[in-house]
Structures are given as C-alpha cells and as structure tokens.
Write a protein that binds this ligand. Sequence first.
Ligand code: AHR
Length: 319
Amino acid sequence: MFAKTLLGASLLASMTILSSAALAQTIGFSQIGSESGWRAAETTLTKQEAEKRGIDLKFSDAQQKQENQIKALRSFIAQGVDAILVAPVVATGWDAVLKEAKEAEIPVVLLDRMVDSDKDLYLTAVGSDLVHEGSVAGKWLVDTVAGKDCNVVELQGTTGSSPAIDRKKGFEQGIAGAANIKIIRSQTGDFTRAKGKEVMESFLKAENGGKNICALYAHNDDMAVGAIQAIKEAGLKPGTDILVVSIDAVPDIFQAMAAGEANATVELTPNMAGPAFDALKAYKDNGTMPPKFIQTESKLYTQKDDPAKEYEARKGLGY
Ligand code: AHR
C-alpha cells in the first residue's frame, strides 16, 4: 500500500515536471550590443526576468549590426521559438523579417526602440516616449538658463535609430519659443562614451576652446560622461562652464552629478522585459491583446534629487 502510494506520488511529480516543462516558453532575444551602460543593464535584467519566470531565453548579441539582428530573427523563426524580443538598432528595414515571423505565427515584441514598419507586424512595443524625453531635457534647459543666451552642442545617438530621431525632435520642441537658446553643433556620438568624448573634443576645438558653448545635450548618459572628460581636459568645468543634460539615469551620470560635473538626466528604465513577458504570457494564456505601445515612465533628475543617493541605489544593478 505504502509502496503503491509512493509510486503514485512519484508518477504525479514527474507528470507535474513534464507538464511545466511543456508549458515553459522559449523566447529569442535579439539585443543590439553593449554600446552603453543602459544597454548592459537591459541585457542583465532581461536575463534575470526570464530566469525568474522559467523562460528559456535564447540570447543573441548583434554587435550593433542590423544584418546580425535579421539573421538572429530568422534563426529564431527556424527554431520555432514561442516569441521574439528585439531591440531594433535602426528604425527602417524590418518589413521582410517581421512578415516572416508573422507568417510563422511567432509574436514579436519591440524593446526600447521603434521601427517604421506596419504596426500589424508586431504584437506590441515596450518603451518610453522618446520625443517626450528630449522635450523634458529641452524644457529643463529653458528653465535653467532663464532667458540668458545659450549656445548648445548636441551629441546624437546612432544615426537612423528611433531614439536619435525622436530625442532630437523632442529637444527642439522643448526649446522652441526660447529664442535665447540655439543648437550650434549637432553630430552623432553613436551612444558610446568613446565617441561622445571624441566628438565633444571637436566641438570644443571649433568653438573657441569651448568658450562659445553654454550647454551640452547628449542623447544618452554614456556620451555625456565621455564629453565631460573632454571638457575637463580642455580646462573647463563641466556642470558649471558648460551645463550637461542627458538621458538614461545610469549610475555614472549620478556620480558625475554628485561631483557637480553634470546637471540633469531623464530616466529610462532598463526593465523593458518585465512588461514584455507579462504581455506575452497574457497573450499566450488567453489571447489577451496588449496595447500596441506599453509606455514606461520618464522622470527628470536634477541636482535637487540627491544624486549620491541615486548612485548608491543603482550601482550593482547590472549597468
Ligand atoms: O534605445 C535606448 C538607448 O539605447 C539608450 O538611451 C542608450 O543608452 C542605448 O544605447
């Protein structure tokens, strides 16, 4: 009797394991690369979120190349994954591969960047309002300089990426109507620290050693951190001689803010995967269609927000 009960219990246990294994989802994730601290944190958090939920995550690093992302998506489709997450490096050129995923009935979720394709070709997109982020940065500058003349240099993100396009547009909207603020130079720094430094050096050289520059607007914190180094090497004080405003809210920018070398940042949460996995689960479980855009918050942080405390809270979170 006891042996029979034991046998029954172990059969039940193995059936439970089998059925949960059968329910386990395999999800492909095509990540852009690791151009910034923010991107590294997004990768870490996506892997952690997948593990928490028992998802088998197939991770592919595209090393900044769209062709690698397209190859990864095709390989996920061939493997018959349950869903695909993609952070698209640029906005155009996705139609064909998204159509292939749709034909294979594999839902695709866009993470943090948008594409120009028809909305029917993906299930949903998780991200921030990128235009709003730029406009928050622009309005901060308008309030901060309070009518004083201010020449701005802009470090753009990767050319053709939705954050580079929208954060530029948003900033211009934010400063529209403030005739005292002018963007005098604008160039891509490709979202990297090294390129941010290099381009800022050329801006400083071209603008009387930086004396003509009142503020730097960088499309991400990493480029701002690189530029801060260039400003210091040019003998100027970042945060004072040249105001610095950027986007992401990574630990290093809070460290720079705590040292008085940066002034403001707009937060972009790196946890895009949590809402994406929730949406996919509801869709798989009972066909619930998520909204086409799941928006994350964009909070402005300034010197008033205790940057040293924000640094402590964020360091060690995968950035
Ligand atoms: O798409 C989001 C942007 O990409 C982040 O602001 C930037 O740091 C990243 O590389």
